[in-house]
Design a protein around this ligand. Structure first.
Ligand code: SF4
Ligand code: SF4
Length: 235
């Protein structure tokens, strides 16, 4: 086995990495992944790449990427180049970004990146909520699997829960998160959450890693567009 060198990805702001042996993943997760790939191919590992903090967006601005989805396009391009250098000749298949769900948060839990916050965005001690999954790749590589990042949920000792009181959509209730309330509020013309999440901004954990305003607007504009399309499709 070889130790993967993630330096080129770090330099692009893709600074979270996890390597899983496929045969160590739970059956349901592995089956979902296999359903996503060419059945004629056999992969041994899943490589999960994410970003924490502002470095990815800054790298995208530096390189002047202009496209409808610069984060996905940049991330896929960088990971493709990295694989060409680190795993030349090995088969691989990018399963995220893509159309179907592949259990990213479950993978994030196994990597030690994800604890559920009251508003359902992942949180951890290192990045607060300011991290995201960018690329997941099935590959026939033999990299050393990574260990889970150690840490606890920052929400456990958080007694005042400012995210809950900040949410203007009453989406965070005693019974748990109400996606319906969140969506209803976000779609209001005068919503404060059309291109942001006020609860997320109110969380004090690792606020120094908060995304640039442009990145927040970009990410939430995409999710609002998806909601509007879905709502439009129901009428
Ligand atoms: S404000 Fe407290 S409860 Fe809310 S996400 Fe942050 S740490 Fe968790
Ligand atoms: S987007 Fe707005 S309504 Fe939804 S959870 Fe965040 S703060 Fe609440």
């Amino acid at each position: 086995m070889t130790k993967a060198d993630f330096a080129a990805l770090d330099a692009a702001g893709l600074n979270l990495h996890a390597v899983f042996a496929l045969d160590q993943l739970p059956d349901a997760l592995r089956d979902a992944l296999h359903n996503e790939c060419d059945p004629a191919r056999r992969y041994s590992q899943l490589i999960l790449i994410g970003n924490g903090g502002r470095a990815l967006w800054q790298a995208i601005q530096r390189e002047g990427v202009r496209s409808a989805d610069p984060i996905d396009d940049f991330s896929v391009c960088k990971v493709g180049r990295w694989l060409a250098e680190q795993a030349s000749g090995r088969l691989y298949e990018i399963v995220y970004p893509g159309e179907r769900l592949i259990g990213l948060q479950t993978l994030g839990e196994r990597a030690g990146w994800h604890f559920a916050s009251p508003f359902m965005v992942g949180i951890n001690e290192c990045w607060g909520t300011w991290f995201a999954y960018r690329v997941a790749v099935l590959a026939d590589t033999d990299f050393e699997p990574t260990r889970p990042v150690p840490g606890e949920s920052p929400c456990t000792p958080c007694r005042s829960r400012p995210c809950v009181t900040a949410c203007p959509g009453k989406a965070i209730e005693n019974r748990g998160f109400s996606l319906a309330n969140c969506v209803r509020y976000r779609l209001c013309n005068d919503s404060a959450c059309r291109t942001t999440c006020v609860a997320r901004l109110a969380c004090p954990v690792r606020a120094e890693h908060r995304y640039d305003d442009d990145q927040i607007r970009h990410a939430y504009a995409i999710s609002l567009h998806v909601i509007e399309q879905y709502q439009g499709g129901k009428t």
